[in-house]
Structure formats: C-alpha cells, structure tokens
Design a protein around this ligand. Structure first.
Ligand code: GTP
Ligand code: MG
Length: 141
C-alpha cells in the first residue's frame, strides 16, 4: 500500500474542521498511520514548501502556513497519492470538483484546508519532515 503526507492546514484547524475532514479521509478508505498537531514557523514552512520559493505567492504561503497550528497526518491506502488528491480537489477551490474537500470547505487558493503529497517520493520526504523514523515504522501493519 502507498503512503501520502497530508496536512490539515491552519484554516482547517481554525474553522473547527479537523474531525470533519478526517471523517471524509477515513470514509474514503485511508488509514491514519501517524498524526500530530504542531505549529510551523515561517522558516520551517518555507523549508516544507521550498520548491515554491521563487513563486510570487511564497511569502503569503509561508505566512499562512505559520499562522496557527496544523495537523500533519501520514495516510495509507492503495494508490494513496492520486486518490488523496482526487478527494481534496483542485488547488483553487473555485475550480475543485463538487463533493471534494476543498470545494466544500476552502475559501481561496491560498487558504485551501489541506495539503497532499504529489508523488510517492515527495510523500516520503514530507513525512520525514514531521515524523521521526521510529514514529513511521512503529505503525507499519
Ligand atoms: P499542496 O497540496 O498544498 O501542495 O497544494 P497543491 O499541490 O494543490 O498546489 P501547489 O503545490 O501548486 O501549491 C502549494 C500551495 O501553495 C497551495 O496549496 C496553495 O496553498 C498555495 N498556492 C498555490 N497557488 C497560489 C496562489 O496563487 N496564491 C496563494 N496565496 N497561494 C497559492
Ligand atoms: Mg503541491
């Protein structure tokens, strides 16, 4: 089974949607393998989103991601990467399909409720950004 790293972003936490979003994730067949609440700093948010550092929205993105606590979660499922991105919908909620998490709950392209890894390889790197190897291995089935 594949793994993906999701983050319930600060807007998700502020809106009281942790349970609601996790419910949808679990109903879609994902198993939670690791989870915590943490707060990124502007610097650690910048490290996580380093691939976007030349983009015009980088400053706004790192301000937002460090604006409050977030909930990183390691999820497991067959085809987890692709299926999770289908579940959350397009980056911009205005373009997200009906029934997706972002369509339902997100306010804008910047504040879009949830992150999902875009490849198996990045999923491993991103999971290691938040969780110690022991926390990841301990919950293997
Ligand atoms: P993630 O799962 O968060 O990586 O989103 P994504 O893969 O759907 O989008 P992408 O990796 O291209 O962008 C990363 C994040 O940057 C997005 O989730 C948004 O929060 C933010 N972002 C992307 N485009 C814009 C933009 O035009 N304006 C702002 N403010 N934020 C943006
Ligand atoms: Mg992305």
């Amino acid at each position: 089974r594949q793994r993906t790293l999701a983050i319930l972003k600060p807007d998700c936490v502020r809106k009281g949607l942790i349970g609601e979003v996790l419910r949808r994730i679990q109903d879609a067949g994902f198993t939670v393998k690791a989870m915590k609440m943490t707060r990124l700093t502007k610097q650690t948010a910048g490290g996580f989103y380093a691939v976007h550092k030349e983009r015009p929205f980088f400053d706004e993105l790192t301000d937002f991601m460090s604006s409050g606590p977030c909930v990183p979660v390691v999820l497991e499922k067959e085809n987890a990467i692709e299926d999770f991105r289908a579940l959350i919908g397009a980056t911009n909620p205005a373009e997200a399909a009906e029934g997706t998490v972002r369509k339902e709950f997100a306010d804008s392209v910047g504040e879009n409720i949830v992150h999902g890894s875009d490849s198996v390889e990045n999923g491993k790197i991103e999971a290691a950004y938040f969780f110690a190897e022991s926390e990841l291995v301990a919950n293997e089935s």
